[in-house]
Design a protein around this ligand. Sequence first.
Ligand code: AMP
Length: 423
Amino acid sequence: MSFAELGLHPALIQATVDLGYRHATPVQTAAIPVALGGQDVLAQAQTGSGKTAAFCLPLLHGWQQHYQAGLRRPLHGLVLVPTRELAQQVGAVLEALARGLPEQPKVVTLYGGVSINPQLMRLRGGADLVVATPGRLLDVVDHNGLKLSELAVLVLDEADRLLELGFADELASVLDRLPSRRQNLFFSATFPPAVRRLAGQLLHKPAKVEIAMEAAAAPDIVQRAIAVDEGQRTALLAHLCQAEGWRQVLVFVATKLATERLAEKLRRQGLSAAALHGELSQGARSTVLAGFRAGHTAILLATDLAARGIDIAELPVVLNYDLPRSTEDYTHRIGRTGRAGERGMAVSFVSAATEAHFKLIEKRQGLRVAREQIAGFESSEAVLPTTSLVAADGGGVKGKRKSKKDKLREAAAAEATRTGGKD
Ligand code: AMP
């Protein structure tokens, strides 16, 4: 079903388009209209089912309606999650989906393991939507940082993990502080007895949404960004194909000429690579595609336009050798992996020159991807903020300081650039 049929605010429908969601997933189709109607929801949904948007969209819609009617409360929605990572993720999805609304809700994420003071500061003047782990939420409430007594909507995300991680007491304590009149949206992947008891205690005449695992259509895509100097990208691509055993990778490059030149270079290194671009005859295109589909060609180098028509189920890896110009293209590109519910991987090469552009893509997508450095191919350009240093052979983390070998490699790359040999 399309998002336009679910009764959402037009800006939220547009946000789903901007994020590259073409159709609502089954859990979204079932839960959103019920949630918009004000009823409680009990949903069985796994990660990857699109469950986050299934509660974020109604939360934002409801907040917008209240705001427009002049009924802004001190706190509209509270999402309880089991982990810091999930809190950050849900916060980012709320912000990304809210971006086009006429007014922006204040979204605050609260989790432990970091100083509470910045979180208390951020809560000054209140918050519209809070995403929190239960322990830190209670700390914040004890510091008088937040009042829960006028909450309109409570969301429990991954309720089974909340209980597994031992949050039962904290949850009970939070629930005690909530107003009795409120809407509850309850999401859990599994329903062991403790989860069922909690649901029974919390929910009032809920609509039940059960989505079988197989029906979860939203792709599960791991996104990676690797910091690398421009002149090292071809070598790194060849290295990754081998080190990570990529058997089928769709590589996006900026120009027709570059698809040909890169394919040639990779073939010279003994890899099976082919170029796909608009100037090939229909026959040549078909041959190239058939070779890639059948697994004879491991690396397909394509421009955005040429790649439009490629529909290969379960493409395991998509690589942005050159970054796309727009966020929309980014979404289209990564949508080529992890299709039909399969897990996929989207890798982007990011250099000092393209770092700012990639940041913009991240911002528009409402996500943040840690920059990796691959041992032996570390970026020499200091402006890159690196959050992780991962050795390609999985052999642990490498130090930031360059080895002699790295310096030699860089010097060779610089020389190649100077003499026009850069890829
Ligand atoms: P979740 O189950 O909320 O963890 O979502 C899993 C992934 O599916 C996330 O990467 C979402 O961005 C993506 N997603 C959510 N809804 C849709 C949709 N309607 N169509 C395509 N992808 C979606």
